[in-house]
Write a protein that binds this ligand. Structure first.
Ligand code: CP
Ligand code: NVA
Length: 320
C-alpha cells in the first residue's frame, strides 16, 4: 500500500488511521511496529525508513524523524541534492535499490508523477511528504486537530464540519483539503481569485466523493461568502515551494482579498478554528492578530504531524 494522495485511504481507512494516531498520542508506549510484535524499541530488529527531501522542510523532517524513532525504526534523512536520484539515477532504479534496504520510502518532491513512478517500482510503501499537487500527511494532522477541538456528532467526529480555505486555490494544500475533506464527509469551501481556482478534475473527484460521504464542495471568488458560518478557516502561503514569487506577494497581490483577518473571522461560526500548515507569512495570507489569537490551533496542528504520521506508518506496517 502507498499513500501518494488523500484518496489512497478509503473513508473507513482514513478513520482507522486517525484512531490509531489518537491511540498512539494518548499512549506512545503501546506499540513499536517497526521492531516487530512484542519487541522493545531497542531491539536489533529496528527497521530503517528513508525520508528523501527535494525541497526544504522543518515540520515534515522533524515529525518523520521523531515518529520513526518512536515506532522503533531508524530514520535515514536524505537532504536535497545528496542522493543520485534526480541527478544520475532514474526514479525506477532508486526505488528498486531502496526497497531492498528500507521498510518505507517517504519522499517530498515536485512532480506527482515522480511519486507514482517510485511507487510503481517499490516493493515497500511510498508516502508523499508533499508534492506540487498534494500534501496528504498534512491533512491527516489537520483532520486529527479538527476532531480534537471541534468534533461533530457523526461517527469519526468529522462529517458535517464546514471548512473554508482562502488564497491559492490551485496549490497542493487546496487540492488536499478538497479530497481529504470530501473523504471525511466535510463541507469544503475554497475561496480564491479566478486566476488561481482549483483544477476542474480535482473539483470533480472531490464532488463525486462528497456525494458518497454526505459532504459538499463549493468554489467561490468571494471570501466573505466562504467564511460565513464556517467551523474552520484555513489558509496557506501565497508562494509555494518551486513557484516564482513575482506578482504573488505584497499589498497588490491577487490574493490580498483572501487574507484571513479579524473581519473574516467575525463572520465565521462562533469559536471557529483558525488553521495554517506553516510556515506562515504574517501580514500576507494571515494577520498576526489572528494566527497568534485565541482561536488559532496552528501549533497543535503542527504537533499532530508527529502523531498522524505515526498512525499512518503503524497502519501501513500492520497491513504488511
Ligand atoms: N507544513 C509543513 O509541511 O511544513 P514543512 O515544510 O516545514 O515540513
Ligand atoms: N503550499 C506550500 C505548503 C508548505 C508546507 C508549499 O508547497 O510550499
Amino acid at each position: 500500500r502507498h499513500f501518494l494522495t488523500d484518496t489512497d485511504l478509503s473513508p473507513t481507512e482514513l478513520l482507522e488511521v486517525l484512531d490509531l494516531a489518537a491511540e498512539l498520542k494518548a499512549d506512545p508506549g503501546t506499540q513499536v511496529p517497526f521492531a516487530g510484535p512484542g519487541a522493545a524499541a531497542s531491539d536489533a530488529a529496528r527497521k530503517t525508513v528513508a525520508v528523501i527531501f527535494d525541497k526544504t522542510s522543518t515540520r515534515t523532517r522533524v515529525s518523520f524523524a521523531a515518529g520513526i524513532a518512536a515506532l522503533g525504526g531508524s530514520p535515514l534523512i536524505i537532504n536535497p541534492g545528496e542522493a543520485q536520484l534526480g541527478h544520475k539515477e532514474s526514479i525506477a532504479d532508486t526505488a528498486q535499490v531502496m526497497s531492498r534496504m528500507v521498510s518505507m520510502i517517504v519522499w517530498r518532491t515536485y512532480a506527482q508523477v515522480g511519486l507514482e513512478e517510485m511507487a510503481a517500482n517499490s516493493s515497500v510503501p511510498v508516502i508523499n511528504a508533499l508534492s506540487d499537487d498534494y500534501h496528504p500527511c498534512q491533512l491527516l494532522a489537520d483532520l486529527l486537530t479538527i476532531r480534537e477541538h471541534r468534533p461533530t456528532d457523526a461517527p469519526g467526529g468529522l462529517a458535517g464540519t464546514t471548512l473554508a480555505y482562502f488564497g491559492d486555490g490551485a496549490n497542493n494544500m487546496a487540492n488536499s483539503y478538497l479530497l481529504a475533506g470530501a473523504n471525511a464527509g466535510m463541507h469544503v469551501r475554497i475561496a480564491a481569485p479566478d486566476s488561481h481556482q482549483p483544477a476542474a478534475a480535482i473539483v470533480q473527484r472531490a464532488q463525486a466523493l462528497a456525494v458518497e460521504t454526505g459532504g459538499s464542495i463549493e468554489i467561490t471568488d468571494d471570501a466573505a461568502v466562504a467564511a460565513t458560518g464556517a467551523d474552520v478557516l484555513v489558509t496557506d502561503t501565497w508562494v509555494s515551494m518551486g513557484q516564482d514569487a513575482e506578482g504573488r506577494g505584497g499589498a497588490d497581490s491577487p490574493f490580498m482579498p483572501y487574507q484571513v483577518n479579524a473581519a473574516l473571522l467575525d463572520v465565521a461560526a462562533e469559536g471557529a478554528l483558525v488553521m495554517h500548515c506553516l510556515p506562515a507569512y504574517r501580514g500576507q495570507e494571515i494577520t498576526a492578530e489572528v494566527i497568534d489569537g485565541p482561536q488559532s490551533v496552528v501549533f497543535d496542528e503542527a504537533e499532530n504531524r508527529l502523531h498522524a504520521q505515526m498512525g499512518l506508518m503503524a497502519w501501513l506496517e500492520a497491513r504488511g
